[in-house]
Ligand binder design. Structure first.
Ligand code: F6P
Length: 541
């Protein structure tokens, strides 16, 4: 069994090192090493990572990587790629990396190579997408499909929405894409208000095909479609497809399994945007664009699997998160893409990071004695600058930032891109180096105002820099964060691939649903707060 994390000599060494470095200023670290901005960088698959503006020295990285080695990181990376059942609490392999492996690869699960199946589904998706995109797939009344509505939630929504937005530039513009996730009927109503049912295809995306939000929305969609196309049940086959691992439930819902695109229990919901769950993405960008995205994922996978820890992008980013979470007591990380197309990337990352690493017990079921999952959040630049950056610059909390920027815009207009990039560079510079009282005074500021205008600096950030947004770059970025999350979980000894924490609320909601009926007569047996709120709702509804 792995030693308790905080009891390891590697942890102790980091803790001692933290005591010596915690007050060191980035200003001083840069002043004493003119090469720092070149040396604390690394590049992989066209993604350049500058991590020099972190509160680290070369010794910090050595000690962090010692910790990683002591946790058996390299072996655990290999265990994931080779299909070991590393999702212990669900007794499952974790093989999202197999989804983007080339056709001739071999990955064995329970004695069977899963790659041929992966490519069979990709081929079926491609053939379907070609027919829809080309207008040959006809709806019930003979019209071609012009609207694609994905119904799903969590991993069956956040990846597809994020990828659609991220790759919108490459999408087929005469198709309209909508995403319905919330069980709040407004989500359905607003997404469909201007759509012609005869031209609409619903994709019901649910790994389990039991999720109440998705099943409720799918039933409403079914009725909406029947109402709009004359009520003939045979219309369902032309207007509904399913993405799921559960063929039985798909057919019980009334969708022909011929119109189902499958995946497997070794694909976690939040790791599934490159499985059949990505059908909406493939419809938007076409099979070749989707393939490009998968190749991008695969390139990052290969980097993660084969590159020494010192040069390994996901490993470096993960160990920096461990450094801040466990030694500086940092609670959140801001992800700040300076690329409008990545506007849903922070929302996507919230599920990926927090559903994965929001755990307080180790894989062996013992309570951890250290912090785990950071809170990830963010907004695209430069909008955040006029909103929450104040707190990052001058608040009392330390918030490491991941800046993501691209050299080229997909919409080069005037000098927008220079202004955008100047802003991202200015932010990381201001955070790191701040502005001293002397500098503020030297500008002629009155004494009483000086403290308000001082920036302490020493606020850490990473800058990820790439050439231009593309399907391939998106795949690399997502894989980078997927692996970053896994490395953190290995250090913390938690299962990054289960999500038991979402179950209790689901069970309680199921119990409450019938209790909300105005004529429900059984005595309520919740706490006094919940009982009273239920009664109030019954009266008000
Ligand atoms: O929120 C819990 C969860 O199980 C997520 O992990 C998952 O992505 C989401 O619900 C949706 O699940 P499904 O794809 O089975 O509908």
């Amino acid at each position: 069994m792995t030693a308790t994390l905080t009891g390891t000599p590697q942890w102790k060494a980091l803790s001692d090192h933290y005591d010596t470095i915690k007050d060191t200023q980035l200003r001083d670290l840069f002043a004493s090493d003119s090469q720092r901005g070149q040396s604390l960088t690394t590049e992989a698959a066209g993604l350049y990572l500058d991590y020099s503006k972190n509160r680290i020295t070369a010794e910090t990285m050595t000690l962090l990587l010692d910790l990683a080695r002591s946790r058996g990181l390299s072996e655990k990376i290999e265990a994931m790629f080779t299909g070991e059942k590393i999702n212990l609490t669900e007794n499952r392999a974790v093989l999202h990396t197999a989804l983007r492996a080339p056709r001739d690869a071999s990955v064995m699960v329970d004695g069977e190579n899963v790659i041929p199946e992966v490519h069979a589904v990709l081929d079926k998706m491609s053939a379907f997408c070609d027919r829809v995109r080309g207008g040959q797939w006809k709806g019930h009344t003979g019209k071609s499909i012009r609207n694609i509505v994905n119904i799903g939630i969590g991993g069956s929504d956040l990846g597809p929405v994020m990828a659609y937005e991220a790759l919108r530039h490459f999408s087929q513009r005469d198709l309209t894409f909508r995403f319905i996730s919330n069980v709040d009927a407004t989500d359905f109503a607003e997404a469909t208000v201007d759509l012609d049912p005869a031209e609409t295809l619903f994709i019901v995306a649910s790994k389990t095909f039991t999720t109440i939000e998705t099943m409720t929305n799918a039933s409403t969609a079914r009725q909406w479609l029947l109402d709009g196309t004359g009520g003939d049940e045979s219309a369902i086959a032309k207007h509904f497809v399913a993405l799921s691992t559960n063929a039985e439930k798909v057919s019980a819902f009334g969708i022909d399994t011929a119109n189902m695109f499958g995946f497997w229990d070794w694909v976690g919901g939040r790791y599934s945007m490159d499985s059949a769950i990505g059908l909406s993405t493939m419809l938007a960008v076409g099979p070749s664009g989707f393939r490009e995205m998968l190749d991008g994922f695969h390139e990052m996978d290969q980097h993660f699997r084969t590159t020494p820890l010192e040069e390994n992008l996901p490993v470096i980013m993960a160990m920096l998160s461990v450094w801040y979470a466990n030694f500086f007591g940092v609670e959140t990380t801001a992800v700040l893409p300076y690329e409008q197309y990545l506007k849903r990337f922070p929302a996507y990352l919230q599920q990926l990071t927090m559903e994965s690493n929001g755990k307080y017990v180790t894989v062996q079921g013992e309570q951890v004695d250290h912090e785990t999952g950071l809170i990830y959040w963010g907004e695209p630049g430069t909008n955040g600058q006029h909103s929450f950056y104040q707190l990052i610059h001058q608040g009392t909390r330390l918030i490491p930032c991941d800046f993501i920027a691209f050299a080229k815009s997909l919409n080069p207009i005037g000098n927008h891109q220079d202004i955008l990039i100047a802003n991202v560079l200015a932010q990381s510079e201001a955070l790191a180096f701040g502005k001293t009282a002397e500098e503020v005074k030297a500008e002629g500021t009155e004494d009483w105002l000086v403290p308000h205008r001082v920036f302490q600096g020493n606020r850490p950030s990473n800058t990820l820099f790439a050439d231009q947004m593309s399907p391939s770059v998106l795949g690399k970025l997502v894989a980078l964060y997927e692996h970053n999350v896994y490395v953190q979980s290995v250090i913390w000894d938690i299962d990054a691939f289960d999500q038991w924490g979402v179950e209790l609320g689901k069970v309680l909601a199921t119990k409450i649903i019938p209790e909300l009926a105005s004529d429900h007569s059984d005595e309520l047996s919740h706490d006094s707060s919940t009982n009273h709120l239920i009664e109030r709702y019954r009266k008000m509804k």
